[in-house]
Design a protein around this ligand. Structure first.
Ligand code: DHB
Length: 361
């Protein structure tokens, strides 16, 4: 396993934070769920907030008893690194992949830079888990992947704040000034997001402006209040949908963001990446055990069905919750969708099922 960054960087970089039911179960079943069980926050509902009113969607009730776990991606990374090293495995940090050659199963190699030198790692297969900008997808022969892309015309300003969350459950809020999301990481740490222009820069958002904007967007008619505190970290996330098809070229198997990006609304990115790896691991086990390539041959199609289901859900959530300037028609449609999602009928059930457990299929 080659990791471009330092161990400290990957274990502390703030990323996503919502584990679906199936993702949490997989960590448990893989023997790496101990800390998640102790420190993760199990949630049974989310709030949809629009037109100044709060509407709870009881996820667990609507999804046959399933729930989500709020547990930071960097915590999952810590647990996985510890398990790998604890099992005597090797993780080479600060080893940056610069090229992959993987013409067929059993014949692959990775060129990487470490300690100022270029080195070669020979291997049977390559799992390309190096993200959207990584070298794996870029190294495949021309035409290996068809790329399907959609850009959403806004970004998210994400904030980690040292203040107890003002809510017990995540709040997804549509406001005419833009979307806002109240999430959390622990009883002392809040995670908040604001819809901003796609080319926005964090320097233009001093803490006071952030809190002022959050207060305005989250305001309700019944006087809900937002607790404020020191901002520990700010970053801007672009909103992109992207899929590379198929997710395989020879002995190179793309997994996670190297193969697909979803807009963050609905928190599917990390769950999709975990699900890719679950599918790939089972296929590799079968191949090593019996020589049967069928599951490896099915890898891309199996994953892409799930990826497109996640694209659909993430696009639904994104469009329903983010206003576009001047798009009155789109706003009316989005409010009609929100009313249905809040009405505790079929639309709520459909939302809840996809929110808690879309990637385990
Ligand atoms: C978080 C991120 C999301 O994209 C989301 O939909 C919910 C929560 C988070 O970082 O906590």
């Amino acid at each position: 396993m080659l990791e471009a960054r330092t161990r400290d960087y990957v274990e502390h970089r703030i990323r996503a934070g919502v584990l679906e039911h199936g993702t949490a179960r997989l960590l448990e079943d893989s023997g790496v769920g101990g800390r998640m069980r102790a420190e993760g926050l199990v949630h049974h509902g989310i709030e949809l907030r629009f037109e100044g009113q709060a509407h709870r969607v009881p996820l667990t009730e609507l999804s046959g008893g399933r729930s989500i776990v709020v547990y930071g991606q960097q915590e999952v990374v810590k647990d996985l690194v510890a398990a790998r090293l604890g099992a005597g495995g090797e993780v080479r940090f600060e080893a940056e992949c610069v090229g992959v050659d993987a013409p067929e199963l059993g014949k692959a190699s990775i060129r990487y830079r470490a300690g100022g030198e270029e080195r070669l790692l020979e291997c049977d297969v390559v799992a390309g888990c190096d993200g959207f900008h990584g070298a794996c997808r870029a190294s495949a022969p021309p035409g290996a992947f068809r790329e399907v892309e959609h850009t959403h015309p806004f970004g998210w300003l994400g904030v980690l704040a040292a203040v107890p969350p003002s809510t017990e459950e995540l709040i997804y809020c549509r406001h005419e000034r833009g979307f806002a999301l109240h999430s959390l990481r622990s009883p002392e740490l809040s995670r908040l997001y604001l819809q901003v222009d796609p080319d926005e820069r964090t320097e233009r958002w001093p803490d006071e402006r952030i809190w002022e904007e959050l207060r305005r967007r989250f305001a309700t008619e019944d006087g809900w209040t937002l607790a404020e505190g020191p901002v520990l970290e700010k970053s801007i996330t672009a909103m992109k949908s992207f899929v590379a098809e198929p997710m395989r070229s020879g002995a190179l198997f793309l997994a996670g963001d190297s193969a697909h990006i979803v807009p963050p609304t609905g928190a599917k990115g990390m769950n999709l990446a975990v699900a890719d790896v679950r599918t790939l691991a089972a296929a590799l086990l079968e191949w090593y055990r019996s020589g049967d390539e069928q599951l490896l041959d099915d890898y891309s199609a199996t994953c892409l069905r799930r990826v497109w289901a996640a694209q659909e859900f993430s696009t639904y959530m994104t469009r329903m919750l983010h206003p576009l300037p001047g798009d009155d028609f789109g706003s009316r449609i989005a409010l009609a969708q929100l009313r249905q999602a809040a009405a505790l009928g079929a639309a709520s059930t459909h939302l809840a099922e996809r929110y808690v457990d879309l990637c385990s299929v």
